[in-house]
Each structure stands twice: as C-alpha cells, then as structure tokens.
Design a protein around this ligand. Sequence first.
Ligand code: GTP
Ligand code: MG
Length: 328
Amino acid sequence: MNFKIGLCGLPNSGKSSFIKLTSEADVLIANYPFTTLKAGEYSFFIFSEELKKLHQITQTPEVIPDYLILVDVPGLIRGAHRGEGLGNEFLSYLRKGNVVLEIVRNFENKEVPHPEGKVDPLRDILIIEEEIIQAEKEILERNLKVLKKTNQKEKIEAMEKILIQLEPFKRMPEFDEILKEYNLLITKPWYLLVNGEECDLPSEVLKTFQSVYFLDVKWEIEAKEIKDLPKKFNEFSNKFRLDLNLIQFFTFTKEITQEWFIKRGSSYLEAAELIHSDFAQKFKEAQTLSLEEFLELKDWELAKKLGKIKIKGKKDKVEENEIIWFKI
Ligand SMILES: Nc1nc2c(ncn2[C@@H]2O[C@H](COP(=O)(O)OP(=O)(O)OP(=O)(O)O)[C@@H](O)[C@H]2O)c(=O)[nH]1
Ligand SMILES: [Mg+2]
C-alpha cells in the first residue's frame, strides 16, 4: 500500500543503515510489478512471521510481502533553519509522508563522528525539535502573508494562534483539520527510533511521539546474515505497523501467497480495491478465515465443509490476520 514514512535525524544517526536493514526482502519477489519508487524513496518490507507460516502450508512458488515507503532526507543539524549544513529546504520531502520517523543515535563508535561531538540522544531530540519548529514557523509566516490577502478568517486565526504558542514538544491537534492542506510536520504523527542502547527519556519528550522504539540497527544488519542470532527487527516491524494503525491480511492462489496492509477500519470493498480495481467493481462477497484456523486445518476446502468460512459484504470491516478470498 502507498504509506509513506519520512525519516528525520542528525547526520550519522543511522538513517541510511535503517533503510538498508528494511529494504532487503529475503524472499522471491522478482516478477512482481512493484510501483517504481521515486529517488530518495525506499521500500520497507515487512515479511511477517504470519506470512512465513502461511507459506509453509500453501507452498506457492511465489511469496510476496507488503511494504511501507521510507523517504530519506539529508541529516538535519543545529542551525539548519539559518542555512547551516544543507539548510532545511529538504524538509519539504517529509511533508509528503503520512508520518515521520525520527532516528536518534545512542551508540558509541569512534570511527563515526557525532556532529555535536558527543553522544546524547536527548540533546539530539531537542535539536531536531527546535529545527522543526523553526521550519514550521517559516511555512506558517509565508502562508499567513498570502492568506491575509484573502478573507479566510478561520485559517488566518489558526495560523496566528499557532505562531504565538508554538514551542518545542508542543502539538496543537485542534488546528490539524483546518490546516491540513499545508502538510505541517507538527500535525503529523511522530515516532521515535533510538538507534543503539536503551535509555530513559523525560515524559514531556515521550508524549510528543506516538511510540518510542529501541533498536541497534547495525547489530540487526549483522545478525540478519547469521541465522539463530537473537533479532528484534521482526518484532519491531510488526509493532511499528500496528502502531501506524495498519492491519495485515492475506490472499493466496496456486502461484502466489501474499500479504497486504490496509488501514484499520477499512472495508472489504477497500481491500478488494487494493488488490485490483476489477475485484472492487465485480465484488460479490468476501470469504474469510482467520489465519489461526487455517494453520490448524491446513485446507481451505475442509474449512468450508466444516462451516468455518465466513461470508462478508462490501461494507464489513477487515480484521487483522485474516485470509480473504474475493468472489467476483
Ligand atoms: N555501532 C553502531 N554503528 C552504527 C549503528 N547505526 C549506524 N552505525 C554506523 O554509523 C555510520 C553512519 O550511519 P548512516 O546510516 O550512514 O547515518 P545517516 O543517518 O544516514 O547519516 P546522513 O546520511 O549523513 O544523515 C555508519 O558507518 C554506520 O555503520 C549502530 O546501531 N551501531
Ligand atoms: Mg544517510
């Protein structure tokens, strides 16, 4: 599905390493027509444990995981809004994302210089926060000037209020809806990934983020190549997906076993649309079975005979970990 995550962080915090970790699908996906991604965009494959289990039974020649899209931008540094480093123009790429994932460094490595000299995740979070607030102020001021020539009172008022009150770690969700079209970064859900060791963070900081994750990205990349080493990556991916409010469902034919992500609360019609517009147009019904039951019975026809298959309509809501067969 087309879900974009903007990556944000200081230089050398591990953004590119994170992309490397997430973009290698260890599965056969050769003939699958993926959307060609734009420059600076990368696929984040989530080859879930559930998909692996399902494929063990279906044994199809192809197995296709779903993916999210990561948007990579250069590292942000202190003073970027005054033009330090590469400035902050590139933050506009983050505005295209559905959410932002901030990556901060909490690993020591003498060979990898820290732009601030010393590793201190809390300070880095504050630097990013201040730079983001400054960038937002610029956008708001620029748009306010234009708006003032119109009579869009409500929007003008909202912008003026934000400009007065905006400060680090403050979000103003009451204005999210009316200022939606400006794609402000402060109106997007933010997630935090601490790259390296776990650490405590003040609650004032934590509340700015929907979720906080700890992952040693370099270790995970190395562990991926060596079987049987403990890995947190799969667990992280799955949790992140659920925190993004995306649920997964599965389909399979004789050739392909496939995993799909969809927004929680979506209908079977929307799920059908995701697969093919034909499926949506000719939709008759959705036949569903929970993955858990399928893993037990191992046979769709048997499940049918036992009356385990449920019949769902266009407007019914898709559930997490379901196998769906669309009747058209
Ligand atoms: N020890 C350790 N090193 C890491 C970790 N993550 C990244 N590194 C190293 O840090 C260096 C910088 O990582 P990148 O992923 O290139 O950082 P970046 O955020 O993309 O940097 P910019 O593109 O400059 O903004 C690389 O040499 C990585 O190998 C980690 O978790 N532990
Ligand atoms: Mg990079």
